[in-house]
Design a protein around this ligand. Sequence first.
Ligand code: AHR
Length: 498
Amino acid sequence: KKSRMVLEPEFQIAEVDNRIYGSFIEHLGRAVYEGIYEPDHPLANEDGFRMDVVELVKELQVPIVRYPGGNFVSGYNWEDGVGPKEVRKRRLELAWRTIETNQVGTNEFADWAKLVNSEVMMAVNLGTRGVDAARNLVEYCNHPSGTYWSDLRVSHGYREPHKIKTWCLGNEMDGPWQIGHKTADEYGRVALEAAKVMKWVDPSIDLVLCGSSGTQMPTFPQWEATVLDHAYDHVDYISLHRYYGNRDGDTANFLASSLDMEQFIHTVVSTCDYIKAKKRSNKTVNLSFDEWNVWFHSNEADTKIEPWSIAPPQLEDIYTMEDALVVGSMLITLLKHADRVKIACLAQLVNVIAPIMTTAGGGAWKQTIYYPYLHASRYGRGRVLNPLISSPKYDSKDFTDVPVLDSTAVFNEEKQELTIFAVNRDMVDALQLECDVRSFDGYQVVEHIVLEHEDIKARNTHDEPNRVVPHNRGSAKANDGSLECVLPKLSWNVIRLR
Ligand code: AHR
């Protein structure tokens, strides 16, 4: 099979906002406890953070990490997580039916984020709490000193404010599973009032309004229209969340999941712009795709977890080669929409539906999905190009005209480097790719990285952490303005030219 692509540096979508390579740490399962924080671990630093995990996160170059939830935030009293650790309250955590010890809270997480060179994206509780707790938290985190909440932070040992720039106005407030679930009008009103006072405390912050928890929600996309109608003038982004899974064992259909993601983005962009027009506004609200991933392997196991345990192994999906391809396609989709998607968070980062896994007291290892995320984050910075692609297509259960080649390219002017990301969705055949790069005069292939495995269900595990790892023996060659290569069947490819 053959495909073709034309790349022109003048044909651009937008400059990548590096925050699209963000991720997420929730107080859920073993993400915090036994994940990033394990004071008894031999590799823990003096604050209890696992340095092996820090190193793996740093390798990923994660620019922003959403915290502390997720569903967790909608029942969270942030005050429980600050001050002396020995007097912090243990609480029943209703979102995930566990006990929260509060040994990690706002200040510890800000410390950890510094260790991994990330910014914090902080969520406030608009489930059980509201305007008052939200503005107090902004004051605690961002006000220099001289007021009750800022001085409380100083008394907790943090003289300098955390200067947290990006804030989420609650989490998945459209979902009946959410603690304090609201109708669109109820949420729109409280989000607007919280947004106003949070910005009055610190006008430099950016706010993310809750959009829908997925395209499958019955209230989507009217939810977006209603909440934006309330809060448009006071927010900067609207959130999107979406997870995919191969529950029916239909690989061809699963591999096409990003077509749904693409449609989701189009609909939310259109809804934002409809409200913009309705309000005769000059402001554009952009998108924060702040939860995305594959999530389904652990669903069954999670129904068997004993309630009210501390940091049980929840949502511990062990990812396959096939999942890595879907994650690769989702990254390509985010890049293709770099003009409007300015923040995105792979949900999540450690142990919970995560690229990084840990063993208590033992090692940390990389899941299959670690690699596409790593490659996109490292090489996908610059300007996204708008390639002309012709590819064979197929139909699957839920999608028609699925391109076998899913691809995009990023040009980094500073480094004079062009990177092509490509997934071959074909389950049987390799795909030939011929790419017209005549405008990139003299560019040569630096490397062609490939992630592939003869068993599409192959996984990495604690005992066998290197079963699925990338190699750089891809066949790409550039000659006279033309690049030619073969993309193996069911493969993720990164072709770097300079
Ligand atoms: O990331 C896991 C959960 O998925 C989050 O807590 C919630 O926001 C979403 O439903």
